[in-house]
Write a new protein. Sequence first.
Length: 111
Amino acid sequence: MVNEIGGYPGKGIVPEDRLRIHRFLLRNSNLSLHPGQGVRASLSNNYVSVSGNWKVFFTTLYGTFDLSVDGTSISISLNLGKDQSGRPTASMTHCSNSTGHVSIEISGHLR
């Protein structure tokens, strides 16, 4: 559970507090070394389910939300090396991401 997530009055709709992570699945992960090039890391087909409270600061509208994201993937490749003085260097050569499915349920009340 993550407490104390909030925003500033007048900024609109923001998460209010108590963001709860119900489920987090790392289904497929891979880390591979490529000699002379660097490292490739990937996470694929992942899932997260969270819920929390929200409110609109300029009125008395508030409520809850349930959010799930499935099929999320990210892939990153880094070139690793060293500069002329021997210090390590890293540069990103590839970065991609995708999301398969997003579901959100929002409920609210006006006080």
